[in-house]
Design a protein around this ligand. Structure first.
Ligand SMILES: [Zn+2]
Length: 272
């Protein structure tokens, strides 16, 4: 596990939500719901959504390994703290909800939440840059700033079709191993984190690395290839950069604030 996953020590968590806890709702779960809903909104804001597909899941406290995930059929911009569904590891709704999840989400996310206690949050996407990298035999390169930061933390999983068959679960978990990034060949990417901000920050780094790699490979002329020792050092530097583990929360809250600010200026009623 990367030390990027260290939890803040003595740092007050700012959090993204101020809405009062609904009656009957556990306060911790509500806080997690606000974070996860904010994350879906941010993915929409940053253009990382995939219509109603792909998933970001977040475990809730408890021995049952229940987790929150998006209702299948909603755009990311429509996901709220209240309409997130809570499911067990088989993907069965735990609470009453008119919504169900995407079966493909359960195969991937249920498997990882079940196998990795440190994987509190799992993010899976099909962004163009991520899929382009996933289609390359060499996978993610570690020759740019962001790619180098992820050195030593990337696993690979061969494509077997849509991830709806339960027998693929064990192979997915084995492919991930102790890494926090998994390139699903010909398919997309997946990251894990010990909290939602940690997974978000790791995903942000990965997304930027994939975008830079795609742009670099499209340009004429040879790339500057980093020495393996420099790549390794970059991975270690990333782990040591934030010993308190507070940076992911700072980054995530800042992105949420920027999203709120930009959206507050959008006053066009497109149906008018
Ligand atoms: Zn997928």
């Amino acid at each position: 596990m990367s030390t990027l996953d260290r939890q803040p020590a003595g740092v007050a968590q700012v959090g993204v939500g101020t809405r009062a806890v609904p009656p009957g709702m556990d306060a911790t779960e509500w806080s997690l719901r606000l974070d996860l809903a904010a994350c879906y909104q941010v993915f929409d804001f940053l253009g990382w959504h995939e219509s109603i597909f792909n998933h970001i899941s977040l475990r809730v406290p408890g021995a049952q390994h229940h987790y929150l995930v998006n209702p299948f059929g909603l755009n990311y911009a429509e996901v709220t703290a209240s309409n997130l569904i809570k499911v067990d590891l088989a993907g069965v709704n735990v609470d009453a909800s008119p919504w169900r999840g995407n079966p493909a989400a359960f195969a991937i996310h249920g498997a990882i939440h079940s196998a990795r206690d440190d994987a509190q949050c799992v993010i899976h996407t099909h962004t163009t840059a991520a899929m382009a990298v996933a289609c390359k035999r060499a996978g993610l390169r570690h020759d740019d700033f962001y790619g180098a930061l992820l050195h030593g933390d990337v696993g690979y999983h061969d494509f077997e079709g849509i991830t709806v068959r339960t027998d693929e679960r064990d192979r997915l978990v084995a492919s991930l191993g102790r890494h926090n990034v998994l390139v699903l060949r010909n398919h997309g990417v997946l990251v894990t984190g010990t909290s939602l901000p940690h997974a978000f920050f790791r995903y942000w780094t990965l997304q930027r690395a994939c975008e830079v790699q795609a742009a670099s490979l499209a340009m004429e002329g040879p790339d500057v290839i980093l020495d393996e020792a420099v790549r390794r050092q970059s991975g270690r530097d990333a782990s040591a950069f934030d010993p308190a583990g507070s940076l992911p929360r700072v980054v995530f809250d800042a992105v949420v604030r920027r999203m709120d600010l930009v959206r507050s200026r959008q006053t066009v009623d497109w149906r008018s």
